[in-house]
Design a binder for this molecule. Structure first.
Ligand SMILES: [Zn+2]
Length: 110
């Protein structure tokens, strides 16, 4: 099963070099290719509920559990930061849901 899941990661600049993000450990994070490509150089986006600009989740400064919760294979944003990040990075795209479901089913068998 693991062979069927794209486990290649990108080295993501949290603040993109385009916005003077430094090449330091505090500004780098591992991201799956899908998340990294959807994030691009964005620092914020529009909250899908309020249409107001909101910064994105920072994996070095924010705590995942403060902004997201999992409902089965879905990752739900529970704050404006969580909703906006989940929407922009398409956490719940059909492909991501299929991959996450496969991981959860494998874990249930282990
Ligand atoms: Zn991802």
């Amino acid at each position: 099963m693991q062979d069927e899941i794209d486990a290649a990661f990108h080295m993501e600049h949290i603040v993109a070099r385009q916005h003077r993000g430094p090449m330091t450990e505090e500004n780098l994070a591992l991201a799956c290719s899908g998340c990294n490509l959807h994030k691009g150089t964005n620092l914020c986006s529009l909250d899908p509920d309020t249409n107001q600009p909101v910064r994105l989740f920072d994996p070095r400064k924010d705590r995942w559990e403060d902004h997201f919760r999992r409902d089965g294979a879905r990752i739900l944003g529970i704050t404006d930061v969580g909703r906006t990040t989940a929407w922009l990075l398409q956490f719940n795209s059909d492909l991501n849901l299929l991959q996450r479901q496969a991981i959860l089913e494998k874990r249930a068998l282990d």
